[in-house]
Ligand binder design. Structure first.
Ligand code: WT7
Length: 681
């Protein structure tokens, strides 16, 4: 076996598929494209048994090709050389913009819900074509060409979508960096991807607050000479934004010089469309590479079939375009289908907790797609706002990013859906490009808490993590893997194909490994249990414990750090960091004095916020004498997880622990520095 240890799932989840609630919901939202389970099953079977024919037809039906493909699929998971739609040529921006602009120029493509509702705006497909063309013209004049990487560091505004599509129009590769990332994280991503051009804005607005975006950019690029041009969108128009002569250019000035039509560049189906950095079990983030043809088809197909999107529907994906959810379901999926997409810049709490419901009422949104963490927040503080609004336009309610508990699922169904909407719990990942496990609205009956069944072409498998053997029956628990290539799967990790092979293809040869634990119940429904690697999920944000540990280790007082995720009522999981100090007589050692310990806590939290971003901030930092280790020096995070979860009575077998004598002091430190403080709050 390959040194893998994916047994964490058994430790963390006592629920077995058999014990899960088993009643079905079957809301019928009207005539769906796929209208019953039998049809789903038939189509699914075709997609698995005859993928060439199934996806060949879908590829021709859903996308416009400049040159038809000559072979549907080649390569294998084992070899890590998967390709789809070989020799086919297309342009993603043409598929998302031009063909709809020609047919329907006045149809809204983007509805911009600005931070301040007074700034809301609609952008039609016709306007989108002109704006995208102009930005493409600017980039072209700067020498951007097919295959070049261009960074985008922008908040959730239409210009971000325009920038991404402009980059794609040239056949260049966009790398969107979530605007919540710190200057350091931004820099790492720009350097890794070798971006020569960056698109950003003067400032951002979120929840009434100003974010000094350009300032963060300037800090990040200090000493980075590889970026030759920066295009700066004027979001707030504040005066005095520093612009470096010869490098920084205003978006409105440069686009004014460009023509309103720029011809799209034909790309090979396998040419990369974009990179998106995500966290893995190693310290440095990895640039997941997505293809043009397969990715775009996956985005379009899942948007159509999972959400059952019809031409006049309005999709409100509340996630940021800086993450994969925004890429696939705010931009590429809906726009490939010519569907109106709502771009939401603000937060569910601004200016009040009625914001989501006002947006839905105002634009008659038919689809709402959000992470459970936002629902938990609303359920707790904003429930009374809901009845003030008419949200009866809704038909499909999506959930994404983390498991949704059966209770929250029921609440979503009743309180938001008025028992009239389909709940689509969609399980997927940055690497999968589009939904892996999700019910087709109107066709697949749903069960609260289960993401239900695999999408077309997703040959899902449960593997026993101990033996590495697939468990083909129903009523099994293990890790989730995929047995054959699907069109929108990631093709590589930027500059590190070996890492791609090692992470996804090597753990279980012949399978793609998702990193998640899962069960399959007696109906063949999947129940996602959470990550089994060193990845934690906080409010739907994917964080690498190794990356946070590395950041803490950068502090000179810190000897070693171990970061774990524990269950949290509001954020799903919360980050807890254990830190040992270089000098145990350090004044910040809680045994030595409380006030300096508080200071160090603050300092370390600020360090993580500054080096990674505010969303990665540990909920608590616990200073300990030493970390629990095996004889070979490996930190036993399992012990820390148990203690921090207040389950010190269930530590289990400690015989592999070399320093078992420190356990009482760990329990003590957790009590004093974390659990007791929690109680006081
Ligand atoms: C990880 C991927 C998918 C877009 C946003 C997150 C977890 C995702 C679900 C779900 C349970 C889920 C998994 C996955 N996850 N959706 N419906 N139920 N868990 O993308 O940042 O790449 O994170 O999020 O653990 O591996 P990501």
């Amino acid at each position: 076996m390959t040194g893998r240890d994916h047994t964490k799932v058994h430790e963390a989840h006592h629920i077995h598929a058999r014990q899960a609630p088993q009643h079905f919901y079957n809301s019928q939202p009207g005539p769906a494209y796929v209208h019953d389970m039998e049809t789903y099953k038939k189509m699914y079977k075709e997609s698995i048994e005859n993928p060439e024919e199934f996806f060949g037809k879908m590829g021709r039906d859903f996308l416009h090709w400049d040159r038809p493909f000559t072979k549907v699929q080649s390569g294998s998971l084992e070899n890590g050389d998967v390709a789809w739609f070989l020799n086919g040529e297309l342009n993603a921006s043409y598929n998302c913009v031009d063909r709809h602009a020609f047919a329907n120029p006045d149809k809204p493509a983007l509805i911009y819900e600005a931070d301040d509702e007074a700034d809301n705006k609609i952008i039609t497909f016709g306007e989108l074509l002109r704006e995208v063309s102009k930005v493409a013209g600017v980039l072209k004049s700067w020498g951007v060409k097919k295959g070049d990487t261009v960074a985008v560091y922008l908040p959730m505004i239409p210009s971000t979508v325009i920038a991404m599509l402009a980059i794609a129009r040239l056949g260049a590769v966009h790398s969107v960096i979530f605007a919540g990332f710190s200057s350091g994280s931004m820099k790492d991503r720009i350097v890794d991807a070798g971006c020569k051009v960056l698109i950003t804005c003067d400032e951002g607005r979120r929840g009434g607050k100003t974010i000094h975006t350009k300032k963060i950019v300037d800090e990040g690029l200090n000493g980075v000479d590889s970026v030759s041009h920066i295009l700066v969108f004027q979001r707030t128009g504040t005066e005095g934004i520093p612009m470096k002569a010869g490098r920084d250019f205003w978006w409105h000035e440069e686009t004014a010089k460009q023509r309103g039509y720029f011809p799209p560049v034909s790309c090979n189906a396998e040419d990369p469309l974009f990179l998106l950095y995500t966290s893995g079990s190693t310290g440095s983030p990895k640039g997941v590479v997505h293809s043009t043809g397969g990715y775009l088809l996956g985005a379009a197909l899942t948007t159509r079939y999972v959400f059952d999107i019809h031409p006049e529907d309005v999709l409100f994906t509340a996630g940021d375009v800086g993450w994969i959810t925004g890429h696939t379901y705010a931009l590429y999926g809906p726009l490939a289908l010519g569907t109106t997409s709502i771009i939401f810049e603000s937060t569910p709490a601004y200016p009040d907790y009625g914001r989501y419901w006002r947006i839905i009422q105002r634009h008659k949104a038919t689809h709402f797609y959000v992470a459970p963490t936002a629902l938990r927040l609303i359920k707790r503080v904003g429930e009374q706002e809901i009845s003030k609004y008419d949200i009866s336009s809704l038909r499909v309610l999506g959930s994404v990013g983390e498991p949704i508990s059966p209770e929250l699922w029921e609440w979503y169904h009743k309180t938001i859906g008025n028992e009239n909407c389909v709940i689509c719990d969609t399980m997927w990942q940055t690497e999968s490009g589009s939904h892996l496990i999700a019910p087709l609205a109107g066709a697949v009956p749903t069960k609260p808490g289960s993401a239900s069944v695999p999408f077309f072409g997703v040959n899902a498998a449960i593997i026993d993590p101990v033996t590495g053997v697939e468990l083909p029956e129903n009523d099994v628990e293990g890790v989730l893997a995929v047995k054959s290539p699907w069109p929108s799967m990631a093709r590589s990790i930027w500059n590190n194909h070996a890492h791609y092979i090692n992470t996804y293809m090597k753990p279980y040869p012949g399978y793609y490994f998702t990193g998640d634990g899962a069960g399959r119940d007696h109906d063949g429904y999947y129940w996602i249990r959470g990550r089994v690697d060193d990845v934690v999920n906080v409010s739907g944000h994917r964080l690498s414990t190794a990356e946070i540990e590395a950041s803490l280790g950068n502090n000179e007082a810190v000897s070693e750090a171990a970061v774990i995720g524990i269950a949290d009522e509001l954020t799903g999981q919360a980050v807890i960091a254990f830190v040992s100090l270089k000098n145990s007589a350090h004044p910040a050692n809680p045994l030595e004095g409380e006030s300096t310990a508080d200071e160090l806590h603050r300092e370390l939290i600020l360090q993580v916020r500054g080096e990674i971003g505010p969303f990665a901030s540990p909920k608590c930092i616990i200073i300990v004498k030493d970390l629990p280790k095996t004889r070979s020096g490996k930190i036993m995070r399992r012990v820390l997880r148990k203690i921090a979860s207040n389950e010190a009575d269930q530590l289990g077998d400690l015989s592999t622990l070399a320093n078992a004598d420190i356990v009482p002091s760990l329990i003590d430190a957790v009590n004093v520095q974390f659990l007791e403080k929690l109680k006081k709050k």
